[in-house]
Design a protein around this ligand. Structure first.
Ligand SMILES: *Cc1c(COP(=O)(O)O)cnc(C)c1O
Length: 414
């Protein structure tokens, strides 16, 4: 039986066209792009072409793109680089509770240097209210960093409005757009973005290559000092093959964006409504419409998400309990907790993220096996049994029990 991969938010495979474009840089085109001889010059030209392609995909100019070793480095560079640039002058950063760890941990790390961080919350759908950002602004705020689309629940933030509020207060606006670039439209000009992080392996380029968009005229302190590569903004000999591959991948993804998103959206909606129809006591997490075309995140009440994932994996189906970084730990995801969800419900959550290679047969397979797995796990759950009795006997509002945690159903002891 073919395996089913529904973890495209964690990473994607490298596209064949991308791999083919990269191959010569491991063998024939091995020159160092900083060398002045012909071996180096041809490679320099190819890096410049990749830079043009990445810039074009987000409405930027090529000189505004700095290549990095991925999304995490881009986030670090945006936050640390802009903080160090205002050291001793301004010290306040605003971010949100549902950011990727690469943003949250980086902002937190700056408090050791005397910086202060305000973390604004989100509503039950995972949306940041721009007015909360406005209220958090201080005269010494230099940066607002709010992600474009969330990696766990897929919710898309109103970043234009948030960027405008940051600018009114004289602060910069950074967005972690790792989940959105090459998937949904992003335009740094139209959206008022000063700094933007992206990562190749989320759109069919290899792992270990990404970029930071830095608006023209902005000065950041580099993280990596050394040679004069990337206009002295990031030292080190370039990851040439990765950069070329990312350029090809982003150009292909941009050209195919509407078609890919439409394909994913149809399958996403089939998966969501199929699960909702076949399995009682489920809840879609994140905003129902303002979300990535490839994201389904669902809570299966009275079930351990980890057990569900193990059972799916035994059938060759790959999903996730949240971000790849926190799966394996027993802590529920900080994103689901930020939605105000009780522990038990967060623990029963599964993220299924689709991609360009996801087929209708993949979705049918999941819809076929999921009711049996969830049913089996619930039969083994004492909480489920007790709650089912409680719904029948004591709950005036049975629907509340569908979405509330078992413990708040005030069931009679059985
Ligand atoms: C994957 C991801 C990152 C990290 O990118 P890497 O290239 O793996 O370092 C950062 N932010 C978000 C939202 C992501 O999904």
């Amino acid at each position: 039986m073919d395996r089913v991969y529904l973890d495209n938010a964690a990473t994607t495979p490298v596209r064949r066209e991308v791999l083919e474009a990269m191959a010569p840089y491991f063998t024939d085109k091995y020159g160092n792009p900083s060398s002045i001889h012909s071996f180096g010059r041809v490679v320099r030209r190819d890096i410049d072409l990749a830079r043009e392609r990445v810039a074009a995909a987000i409405g930027a100019s090529p000189e505004e793109i700095v290549f990095t070793a991925g999304g995490s480095e881009a986030d670090n560079m945006a936050i640390k680089g802009s903080a160090l640039a205002v050291l001793g002058k301004k010290k306040h950063v605003i971010t949100s509770t549902i950011e990727h760890h690469a943003v949250l941990e980086t902002a937190e790390s700056m408090t050791r240097l005397g910086f202060e961080v305000t973390v604004v919350g989100v509503n039950a759908d995972g949306l940041v209210d721009p007015e909360d950002v406005r209220r958090a602004i201080r005269p010494d705020t230099f940066l607002v960093t709010i992600m474009h689309a969330n990696n766990e629940i897929g919710t898309i933030q109103p970043i234009e409005a948030i960027a405008a509020i940051a600018h009114e207060a004289g602060a910069l606006f950074h967005t972690d757009a790792v989940q959105s670039v090459a998937h949904i439209p992003v335009d740094v000009q139209a959206m008022g973005i000063d700094l933007l992080s992206l990562s190749g392996h989320k759109f069919y380029a290899p792992k270990g290559v990404g970029a930071l968009y830095i608006r023209r005229g902005l000065r950041l302190v580099p993280l990596v000092h050394g040679g004069a590569q990337e206009r002295k903004r990031r030292a080190g000999t370039e990851n040439v093959a990765g950069i070329v591959g990312m350029g090809v991948a982003i150009e292909l993804a941009s050209a195919e964006m509407d078609a890919t998103a439409a394909h994913e959206r149809v399958l996403r909606d089939k998966l969501t409504s199929g699960l909702e129809q076949r399995i009682p006591h489920v809840k879609l997490n994140g905003h129902r419409t303002q979300r990535l075309p490839n994201n389904v995140n669902m809570s299966f009440l009275y079930v351990e998400g980890e057990s569900l994932l193990l059972n799916l994996d035994m059938l060759g189906i790959a999903a996730s309990s949240g971000s790849a970084c926190t799966s394996g730990s027993l802590e529920p995801s900080h994103v689901l907790m930020a939605l105000g969800m009780p522990h038990e419900v967060a623990h029963g959550s599964v993220r299924m993220t689709l991609g360009r290679y996801t087929t209708e047969a993949d979705i049918d397979r999941v819809l076929d096996v999921m009711p049996g797995i969830v049913g089996k796990l619930r039969e083994m759950s004492p909480v489920y049994e007790k709650t089912m009795c409680g719904i029948k006997e004591t709950c005036a509002n049975a629907h509340a029990c569908d979405v509330a945690p078992a413990s708040s159903c005030s069931c009679a002891d059985s």
